[in-house]
Ligand binder design. Sequence first.
Ligand SMILES: Cc1cc2nc3c(=O)[nH]c(=O)nc-3n(C[C@H](O)[C@H](O)[C@H](O)COP(=O)(O)OP(=O)(O)OC[C@H]3O[C@@H](n4cnc5c(N)ncnc54)[C@H](O)[C@@H]3O)c2cc1C
Length: 385
Amino acid sequence: MMERISADVAIIGGGIMGSSAALFLRRTGLSVVLLERDLCGSRSSGVNYGGVRRQGRPPSQLPLSQRAQGLWAQLPQLIGIDGEYLRSGHLKIARSEADLAALESYRERTQGFGMDLQILSARALRERCPWLGRAAVGASLCPDDGQANPRLVSPAFALAARRLGADVREQTCIDEAAHDGTAFVLRSGHALEVRARHLLNCAGAWAGTIAAQFGDAVPMESGHPEMAVTEPLPVFLNFSLGVEGGGVYARQVARGNCVIGGGRGYALDEQRARAQRSGIASLMQQTIDLLPALRNAHIIRTWSGTEGYLPDRQPVLGPSATTPGLIHAFGFAGGGFQLGPAVGAVLADLVRDGQTATPIDAFSVSRFSESPRVATTGPVPSAVV
Ligand SMILES: Cc1cc2nc3c(=O)[nH]c(=O)nc-3n(C[C@H](O)[C@H](O)[C@H](O)COP(=O)(O)OP(=O)(O)OC[C@H]3O[C@@H](n4cnc5c(N)ncnc54)[C@H](O)[C@@H]3O)c2cc1C
């Protein structure tokens, strides 16, 4: 027999976006049902690199990213655990003078955003980071950026929402979503029907299908960043590292394992992805150029994930262009983990007040409505951390 439930807000997708929205919405007192096909935090949100960085984002994302930075500082109060969140600093390495000039220009352009970026010359860098290889000619340091454990943090948002009274339904795939003129009606096979006044589309790389059902077609592609982790090593790496222009990023956790990302994996099927052996080999070569200490390190695990990319590499965040009450939050390619807490807060603002003080115009879904559909094939860059 079909179970029928209703709530003020239904959320499709229990990644960090949907779970954080559920948490903030419960704080406003609205009733919430969070619908997750698998387990909350089992997709991008739980398998990412764990970079909690503002540095390197386009200025249009920085107000949202700054709001997130404030929420990360309150993580234990928000979700009940520290999630191994550490403000270790994010060091973006230049491997050429041109890269260093680009870092300097970025620092100039983003001075009003409170990141306190510090440019380090080759000499200053070598004094501060004697473990860096010769590939580095300078860097930009964002001292308060950092890292966290996505496997702990993302599911904890859903658990915290449940503790506050959200109805969290895992292993519940929504395969029908429509508006009947009075409310949104969602169905999961013949098992569940949900009615809600508001619907949040937080379905990650799969959100484009839901958006399209409501006439908000977007040219989203899937991408599969590649990740590897080493055996535990003596701790030496005290920053989360990225490189200007992308390619490789690395951090070391307290247990000594180095988490490394870069390159592209491949899709096993619509939901699962794998790292490529050849990609990991070239990733390790780049990593060793930066971190010679990893020359003989064993890789103990590799993995990938599936995330959604829009052509301008900006997310969609905000109301549907066609359907009142529907709000989208997807396409956070390579940078959504850090933004997650603020995206949840913004979604709660939009449901409660119909607006938010955080600038999100750049992320409007209507930016795609005028343009012809872009081909969904072609290169997708790896996560730029
Ligand atoms: C390998 C990798 C490394 C990354 N590194 C970083 C990083 O260092 N820093 C950073 O800030 N960001 C990083 N990112 C990006 C970040 O992880 C994502 O932007 C973010 O997690 C997206 O969260 P989400 O909630 O939108 O999506 P997801 O976590 O994918 O959640 C969407 C959920 O929706 C569910 N769903 C989909 N369709 C349905 C349906 N029909 N019914 C029910 N449920 C459904 C899915 O099962 C999924 O759990 C990385 C991503 C990857 C893959």
